[in-house]
Design a protein around this ligand. Structure first.
Ligand code: GAP
Length: 454
């Protein structure tokens, strides 16, 4: 078995996602819409897995975090108090020659619209405007009137829906600090220079957890969440050499943050933020207390009052999915035949197993395969595939990252066993058909390490 060693490019991942129906450009028949994507069947299944693995780790397996699902469009005063109306912006420049718009702080990595493409500002033809601030929030209007009084915003983060519900949840969920509120949902940002596929989109699905702590415990909990989130990725098989934590310098901090560490992943475009873990201090609760007049504070039984500080791990499902796909992708040659494999953690993989009758026209094989499929699909996402040569069917499953294939063949007809083929090692063993379900449950519960790990 030989690995091909060409460096992975984003185009390779884009093409796999399109070929196998993970992700398509949105509204493609109309020419698409800059940096918005539609997820196809395998993309939806993978996203569902990531979302439920996150929820399991962040809520279900903890005593100190509860869930929330707040509205996407909030009272616009929320975004004034949070600082987003005034401060959620990027510096932008326009080029009067090529008519393109760039982030002023990312000119080094941008390409000018004229050919041969250069860095904006590099040639004497470039005519850049002075930088000005561009607010990233999408505006909309609520109600029949379209004037300033009806302006509202699509949320650029889910966090504010959590802060404004702090009192409701603290009272009704009977939690005391340290405790957290977790929320998953769509967020919208009118990015100036979106791109790099799922990495920077205008609409994406955020998973955020606001963890409210006594002020003197904030630094300790900040360290705890950076390590807990790092561990989550490693347990799901992300290669350790491709993941690192990096503390923000003072000039990079968001308007609300007193300290942030990014978990960065080595995407094909270099080290980039996968997840941010911010110490937001008491900024948000204090702002909303002052703006709304409702005291968002904690009162101890002895009457002591304080505004909790907030530690926030925040990440989009889209960036996680892109990291998992990049981490898992490999091309290799096995017995002179090329194959593309996604070595995804079995819990992340969209399909857990394929059930394949070796000869679809053989009634004994077809019936047994169908019965096995119908038994397994009650518990797991599995696929039944009877079309084409067995080698091609295996390769199709390899490309979508299916960890195991159960093949019903001639021997099955005499001894009621099937072959199980393992995606990464290609090892095969035989199992009684009646034991497949228990075998699959056990296999899914086992620890897993990427075969690509150093
Ligand atoms: N509430 C904190 C917050 O929103 P952020 O660093 O702006 O912080 C959090 O965003 C996470 O959301 C990032 O770490 C990244 O995973 C994801 N994210 C941000 N902008 C994104 C975009 N345009 N497309 C996809 N994911 C994005």
């Amino acid at each position: 078995m030989a690995d091909t060693t060409t460096p992975l490019t984003m185009d390779t991942i884009v093409s796999l996602c399109r070929r196998r129906g993970f992700v398509f450009p949105s509204s493609e028949i109309y020419g698409g819409l800059g940096s918005t994507y539609d997820y196809g069947h395998y993309g939806v299944l993978t996203k569902n897995n990531i979302r439920s693995l996150w929820f399991r780790a962040m809520v279900q397996e903890r005593d100190d975090v509860v869930a929330l699902d707040s509205a996407i469009i909030l009272n616009p005063r929320v975004w004034e108090a949070s600082g987003h109306v005034a401060g959620f912006s990027d510096p932008m420049v326009d080029c009067r020659t090529c008519k393109l718009r760039f982030r002023a702080d990312q000119l080094e990595s941008a390409s000018c619209g004229k050919k041969p493409s250069k860095r904006p500002g590099e040639t004497s033809d470039c005519d850049l405007t002075e930088p000005r601030q561009f607010n990233l929030m999408f505006e909309t209007h609520v109600g029949a009137l379209r004037d300033a009084s009806s302006t509202a915003y699509l949320r650029p983060e889910t966090a504010q829906g959590i802060f404004v519900n702090f009192k409701n949840v603290a009272q009704l969920a009977r939690r005391k600090p340290p405790f957290g509120i977790a929320q998953v949902g769509k967020a919208f940002r009118n990015e100036i220079t979106p791109g790099n596929f799922l990495f920077r989109q205008r609409e994406f699905e955020l998973m955020e957890m606001e963890f409210f702590v006594p002020p003197d415990q904030a630094e300790e909990w900040h360290r705890y969440w950076i390590e807990t989130r790092r561990r989550w990725y490693l347990d799901l098989g992300l290669r350790e050499e491709n993941l690192r934590a990096r503390a923000h310098g003072a000039s990079e901090l968001s308007h609300y943050s007193s300290a942030t560490s990014d978990l960065e992943y080595l995407y094909p475009i270099g080290w980039q933020e996968l997840e941010g873990v911010a110490n937001r201090g008491d900024f948000d609760l204090t702002q909303h207390t002052n703006a709304s007049g409702t005291k968002l504070e904690w009162v101890e039984q002895d009457g002591t009052r304080y505004t909790p500080h907030v530690i926030e791990p925040a990440v989009s499902i889209d960036r996680i999915m892109l990291a998992f796909l990049c981490d898992a992708y490999r091309e290799e040659v096995v017995n002179d035949r090329e194959r593309v494999v996604l070595s995804l953690h079995p819990l992340v993989a969209p399909v857990k197993a394929a059930i394949l009758p070796l000869i679809a026209k053989d009634e004994g094989m077809a019936t047994r395969a169908r019965n096995l499929y119908e038994e397994l699909r009650r518990f797991h996402v599995v696929e039944h595939d009877e079309g084409g040569q067995i080698g091609r069917r295996y390769r199709r499953q390899d490309e979508i990252g299916t960890p195991w294939a159960f093949t019903v063949d001639e021997q099955t007809l005499s001894d009621e066993t099937v072959t199980v083929r393992e995606r990464d090692s290609l090892a095969q063993e035989r199992l009684p058909i009646s034991g497949v379900r228990a075998w699959l449950d056990d296999a899914l519960a086992r620890d897993w390490r990427s075969p690509l790990s150093r």
